[in-house]
Write a protein that binds this ligand. Structure first.
Ligand code: HEM
Length: 395
């Protein structure tokens, strides 16, 4: 495959099905290069890691959106994400992130282990002999867990799941008008829901994240509180769903490895890291340079450059991972860039990891004959990679 074909393939449905051969071509071309109307692409593990941690890089924020889409606030799906920490720069990002990190603590995540185990067992027991793994397991588990964390009653989970699914399209660079209007409706309904929940928790706080974030002194404005609650719901939803669907497929494609994990659940952390590396649920993240950046070896980035960091490519970089296309949970020091890096490093990484570490061993031991039973269908997305449907036989 030549360079132009490789680049074009990332923007075609066919190429996105398996982007890894194209990533190899682009990475061999250069760690960073400019193409397609001056957009820049970052392909290697070292350069991705370095640039994600560069404090002079910015994410597109409300002021940027104002310049290219003055009416963006009217789409409440878009507004909820743009006003959240994900699309803010310092000092606002620092303040919001601090408020969220103070409540979304390691202790709170660790305390969810029993909730995750309980929900996992319940979903496995309810799984029909023939099922779509995505709708029977990979969607309901993350939504159930995040609802438990936020204090959303169990009865409202299916309602939340639909709204969250409609809203995630906002995270993609390309979407249809109909998708954007569904995201707007979902944004409005979620805002109304959270306004009610915040008022309830301010009146009578409980042991949940909404109560903690809505408490006086959190340092968040009302609009920021709302936007970040919506972000927590959607950021942890389809991403974790994709980790579960993709991870199960990888395990079933490597039965000797699955047998090891079934026999020894203590291996789960290493397996989950390698699954994250091997097929990252988030394939791309974007930044802008605010000042010129010297890349060494005579290369540089100009101020105002738009960077697409190809996380999926960085995770298959042979300079960092020998034999990168092999699934090998015994690799030392895996540390994939699947959760990003630097100031915007995924706040929910410990929760996503815990869900997967609990789920995979239980799936393998409770359903020892679980098998793919049909053709899985990938979602045609550039950023969020995962299955739309994954037919399985529970055995
Ligand atoms: C496998 C699952 C997940 C993956 C692969 C993932 C990936 C990511 C990535 C790549 C970013 C950085 C985006 C950027 O650099 O612009 C991010 C940010 C974020 N993630 Fe996750 N995520 C996952 C699960 C979760 C969960 C479960 C939650 C919360 C419940 C969550 C909450 C967040 C938040 C709040 C941010 C924004 C942090 C900031 O801007 O400071 N994520 N995630």
């Amino acid at each position: 495959m030549d360079f132009d074909t490789a680049l074009a393939s990332l923007f075609s449905a066919e190429g996105r099905r398996d982007p890894y051969p194209a990533y190899d071509v682009l990475r061999s071309h250069a760690p960073v290069f400019s193409a397609l109307d001056g957009r820049w692409f970052v392909t290697t593990h070292a350069m991705t890691n370095r640039l994600l941690r560069d404090a002079s890089l910015r994410v597109a924020d409300a002021a940027d959106y104002d310049s290219f889409w003055p009416d963006w606030r009217e789409n409440r799906g878009v507004a909820s994400i743009v006003l959240s920490m994900l699309q803010n720069n310092p000092p606002d990002h620092t303040r919001m992130r601090r408020a969220a990190a103070a409540t979304f603590t390691a202790r709170r995540v660790a305390a969810l282990r029993d909730v995750i185990t309980e929900q996992t067992v319940e979903l496995i027991k309810a799984m029909p002999e023939r099922a779509d793994f995505m709708s029977a397991f990979a969607y309901p588990l993350p939504i159930g867990v995040i609802c438990a964390l936020l204090g959303v009653p169990a009865a409202d989970r299916p309602w939340f799941r639909q709204r969250a699914a409609d809203l995630t399209v906002v995270l993609e660079p390309i979407s249809t008008e109909e998708e954007m209007s569904r995201a707007d409706a979902a944004g409005r309904e979620l805002e109304d829901y959270f306004i009610g929940l915040i008022a309830e928790r301010q009146r009578a706080p409980q042991e949940d994240l909404t109560s903690a974030l809505a408490a006086e002194g959190s340092g968040l404005t009302g609009a920021e509180l709302l936007a970040n609650l919506v972000l927590l719901l959607v950021a942890g939803f389809e991403t974790t769903t994709n980790l579960l669907g993709t991870g199960l497929t990888i395990l079933l494609e490597h039965p000797e490895q699955a047998a090891r994990l079934r026999a020894d659940p203590e291996l789960a952390p290493a397996f989950v890291e390698e699954i994250l590396r091997y097929d990252s649920p988030v394939q791309l993240t974007s930044r802008f340079t605010s000042v010129p950046i010297d890349l060494g070896d005579g290369g540089s980035l100009p101020a105002g450059a738009s960077l697409n960091m190809l996380l999926g490519s960085a995770n298959r970089d042979p300079a960092r991972y020998p034999d990168p296309h092999r699934f090998d949970p015994d690799r030392p020091n895996i540390q994939p860039v699947s959760f990003g890096g630097g100031a915007h490093y995924c706040l929910g990484a410990p929760l996503a990891r815990l869900e997967a570490q609990v789920a995979f061993p239980l799936l393998l031991t409770m359903l020892p004959r679980l098998a793919v039973a049909g053709v899985p269908v990938l979602r045609d997305r550039l950023v969020l990679r995962g299955y739309a449907t994954l037919p399985v036989a529970a055995g």
